[in-house]
Ligand binder design. Structure first.
Ligand code: MRU
Length: 365
């Protein structure tokens, strides 16, 4: 399995996801500017991975700080965190991670030190330690999501075996975008139950929407599932209705960039289409996410900031011009699926169901 993010001892190593599936290349990130650029350009992407990457970015930004006053160090850390926070607006994990880093800085000083410059050194060590903790935590959190998700999937009715066939017809699920190992440190969120099923030799099949405009489904989800030996079928986004109408999938499972307190979920553009289709075809629509993606400060999904990206992703998305000159483009990177279309939200702390105001609060402990 590829290591999405790792710490080399002096830099952060990222899989360059812009190059997948043709090339498995890594980039080394040595300062906060390179990290900002990697997040912005989707070299590293997916809400949990962005959070961990930003935490390392904060460390990289202040590691050479030699302030002898805590006030100067604080101002520097604040500036680095504000800068990193400006890379992408939708995934709340980015802000969650940077807040956590700033909190560690504040808490470390309560332990006291002989001088302010020694305290600055101590805080810098603690920030790196925290980023490394977040890296390890994400792996464990995703595994837990996988366990809860697999229990849900295991309760679904499997398709009837085709007469005369010896083929063990397992469950088929549809996913959109990439909420797999490459969107996290390991396992993924939406793909975690799939990987656990596969590890336990439970037959499972994934239909991956290609996910225009940047094709995270066909480039990244299909790539990582194939590497893991999980059977995967890539479809164009506009084929999901047909696949559902033909009974080829029994559930939809996706990740999310931010969940509002009422259970509305922001995820990659096109997720809303899939949720509406799932309702029409009476299929469960599951969202898998760490509790760090839940933003209880926002009442509804209407308050979630939605990133708009460059129109070139549409007009030249497939390596060549795919629309005429002198037309307009609209390129929102995410959409919001209303809570009433969400069957359940699977977290590391358990599964939330409607009414989400209560169930999400109970899981965010
Ligand atoms: O623009 P991206 O590729 O960062 O979008 C990623 C998604 O929408 C994922 O589904 C989401 O971040 C959840 S990742 C576990």
């Amino acid at each position: 399995m590829l290591e999405t993010i790792s710490w080399t001892g002096h830099s952060v190593r990222l899989v360059d996801q812009t190059k997948l599936p043709l090339e498995t290349a890594y980039v080394e990130i040595a300062d906060e500017r390179q990290m900002w650029d990697a997040i912005k350009r989707l070299v590293v992407r997916g809400a949990p991975a962005i959070g961990v990457a930003a935490a390392f970015g904060a460390h990289l930004g202040v590691r050479h700080d030699d302030s002898d006053s805590l006030a100067d160090f604080d101002a520097h850390l604040e500036q680095v965190c504000t800068y990193l926070a400006s890379s992408r607006p939708t995934a709340v994990n980015l802000f969650w991670a940077l807040d956590r880093i700033k909190r560690v800085s504040q808490e470390t000083r309560k332990q006291g030190s002989r001088s302010e410059d020694l305290m600055v050194q101590k805080i810098k060590q603690r920030l790196l330690a925290e980023a490394l903790t977040m890296l390890e935590e994400d792996r464990a959190v995703c595994k837990k999501i996988g366990e809860h998700g697999l229990s849900l999937l295991s309760g679904l009715r499997r398709p009837e075996p085709v007469e005369g066939s010896t083929h063990n017809s397992g469950l088929s699920v549809l996913t959109h975008c990439n909420a797999g190992a490459l969107a996290t440190v390991a396992y993924g969120t939406a793909l975690a139950p799939i990987y656990l099923a596969h590890e336990q030799q439970i037959p499972i099949h994934v239909f991956a929407d290609e996910t225009r405009p940047l094709l995270q489904g066909s480039r990244i989800t299909a790539y990582e599932l194939r590497e893991a030996g999980v059977p995967v079928t890539v479809i164009c986004d506009n084929m999901a209705a047909t696949v559902m109408s033909q009974g080829k999938v029994q559930a939809v499972i996706v990740g999310t960039d931010r969940v509002a307190a009422n259970g509305d979920v922001a995820n990659k553009i096109g997720t809303l289409n899939v949720a509406i289709l799932a309702r029409h075809y009476n299929l469960p629509f599951y969202v898998a996410a760490p509790t760090s993606s839940i933003d209880l400060s926002l009442g509804t999904g209407a308050q979630i900031p939605i990133e708009e990206r460059d129109s070139g992703e549409i007009s030249n998305g497939l390596g060549r011009q795919t629309a005429p000159d002198h037309v307009q483009f609209y390129n929102p990177a995410f959409d919001v699926t209303p809570a009433d279309l969400v069957t359940a939200i699977i977290t590391e702390n358990g599964v939330a169901k409607a009414p989400y105001e209560q169930s999400l609060k109970a899981l965010c402990r």
